[in-house]
Design a protein around this ligand. Structure first.
Ligand SMILES: *Cc1c(COP(=O)(O)O)cnc(C)c1O
Length: 355
C-alpha cells in the first residue's frame, strides 16, 4: 500500500524504524501467534516504531504503556458501529487541499501525511502513512494563497502528518511564506518528533525554526516514560530557538488513565518548560474502542488532579465533537459531581451559572 521509499524521508535516514509485522516480530515486540491478524491490520493502517521508541518498550510486560500506543494489536480489526473514518470532520471544513478552516481566526495546514511513528489511536489514521502524499508545490502554493487571501486568519497551525518530518529546506520555505503574510500573527507546529525521534531535532531543523513570528510547538506525549533524556534534550534545543512549548496528551485506557501517571507526566512537562495545553478525550477513530473510556472517568481523573497539582501543570480536558462541531472543554465537572456544591449554589444566587 505504501510503496514510496520512505527510509530517507526528510533527507534524514530512518533506518532502524520497524515498519512491518515481520520486523516487529523479529524485534520481539509481537508474537507469531498474532501474525495473521496483524498482517490484516497492516494492510489497513501504517506501522512505524522508531528505534528510540522500541528501546523504551519492555517486551516482557504485556501491558506496557509504550507498546500499547505504537505496536499494532488485533483489537484494531474490531470496528465499532459508532466509529468514523473522519471522526472530527476535517473534510467538511477543507476549502482547499491541505487546509482545514473550522474556526475563523486559525487554520490547519497539513503539508504531509508521514509521521515518525504511527499511534494506534490516531484520529487521522485513515489519512496518514509513510507513502501518503506530501502536498505538491502547486497545492502548497494554493494552500498558502488561501491563507494570504483571508485576513481573518491570525494563526497557522502546521500539522499533518508530522511537520517536523519535512526536510528542513521545505519546512523553511513554508515558514518563510507564512512569515511574509502580514495578517498571520503567530505560527504553531504539532509534533511527535521530539518524543519519537529526538535525534531529528538537529542544527538544520533548529535553524529554520528560529523565526520572526512567535512560534508555539505542541509536543504530543502521553506517558512520563516518553520524556527520555534524549527527548528532554531535544525539547531544550527547541526552546533555545525562542519557541514556546506546549504539551498535548490523549487520555488512553491502559496507558495513562490514572491520576498518578498523569501527574508525573504533567509535572515532568513543566520541568522541561512545556505547558500542558490539552488533554484530549480519545476520538471515535476506527478500531480504537480498546483505548476509549467513559467521559465521567476522565472527569474524575481531572478532579483528582485539581487539588493536588499546580495550575501550571493542568491541561484543559477537551472532547472534539464528532462530525466537525469543534473542541469543547468537558472537565473536571466539579459542580455536577457535588465537589463544590456550596460554591455552585452561591454562584447560582449571583446569577453567574445557569443550568
Ligand atoms: C484543534 C483544532 C484547531 C486548534 O484549536 P485550538 O483550540 O486553538 O488549539 C484548529 N483547527 C482545527 C480544525 C482543529 O481541529
Amino acid at each position: 500500500m505504501f510503496s514510496q521509499d520512505h527510509t530517507r524521508l526528510g533527507g534524514i535516514s530512518q533506518e532502524g524504524t520497524l515498519r512491518t509485522v515481520r520486523a516487529l516480530e523479529e524485534a520481539g515486540l509481537t508474537s507469531p501467534f498474532e501474525r495473521e491478524a496483524l498482517n490484516h491490520v497492516a494492510e489497513r493502517y501504517a506501522i512505524a516504531v522508531t528505534s528510540h521508541i522500541a528501546d523504551l518498550i519492555d517486551p516482557q510486560d504485556i501491558n506496557d504503556p509504550i507498546a500499547r500506543q505504537f505496536v499494532p494489536s488485533a483489537g484494531e480489526l474490531a470496528i465499532a458501529p459508532d466509529e468514523l473514518t473522519d471522526p472530527i470532520g476535517d473534510e467538511t471544513h477543507s476549502p482547499v487541499k491541505g487546509i482545514v478552516h473550522r474556526y475563523p481566526d486559525r487554520v490547519l495546514l497539513k503539508a504531509l501525511h508521514a509521521c515518525p511513528v504511527y499511534c494506534r489511536f490516531c484520529f487521522r489514521r485513515e489519512q496518514v502513512g509513510p507513502g501518503g502524499a506530501v502536498l505538491s508545490e502547486d497545492e502548497l502554493d494554493m494552500a498558502i494563497a488561501y491563507i494570504r487571501s483571508n485576513p481573518a486568519i491570525w494563526e497557522v497551525i502546521l500539522t499533518g502528518g508530522d511537520p517536523l518530518m519535512l526536510s528542513p529546506r521545505r519546512l523553511g520555505r513554508i515558514l518563510d511564506a507564512l512569515d511574509a503574510i502580514p495578517h498571520v500573527a503567530t505560527l504553531r507546529i504539532h509534533s511527535r518528533v521530539p518524543i519519537a525521534e529526538p535525534a531529528r531535532i538537529g542544527p538544520a531543523l533548529l535553524a529554520v525554526l528560529a523565526r520572526r513570528k512567535p512560534l508555539w510547538i505542541a509536543i504530543h506525549a502521553n506517558h512520563p516514560r516518553e520524556l527520555t533524556d534524549a527527548a528532554r534534550a531535544a525539547c531544550r534545543r527547541l526552546t533555545q530557538t525562542g519557541a514556546t512549548l506546549l504539551g498535548q496528551t490523549v487520555l488512553l485506557r491502559g496507558v495513562n488513565d490514572d491520576p498518578t501517571t498523569l501527574e508525573t507526566l504533567f509535572r515532568a512537562m513543566v520541568m522541561e518548560r512545556i505547558k500542558p495545553y490539552y488533554l484530549h478525550h480519545p476520538d471515535l477513530a476506527p478500531g480504537t474502542a480498546h483505548f476509549r473510556l467513559p467521559i465521567a472517568r476522565g472527569q474524575a481523573i481531572m478532579r483528582a488532579l485539581r487539588g493536588r497539582l499546580s495550575g501550571l501543570a493542568q491541561p484543559t480536558y477537551v472532547l472534539d465533537i464528532p462530525g466537525g462541531a469543534g473542541k469543547v472543554p468537558i472537565g473536571p465537572n466539579m459542580v455536577e459531581a457535588g465537589g463544590v456544591r456550596d460554591s455552585a449554589d452561591q454562584l447560582h444566587s449571583y446569577g453567574q451559572l445557569s443550568d
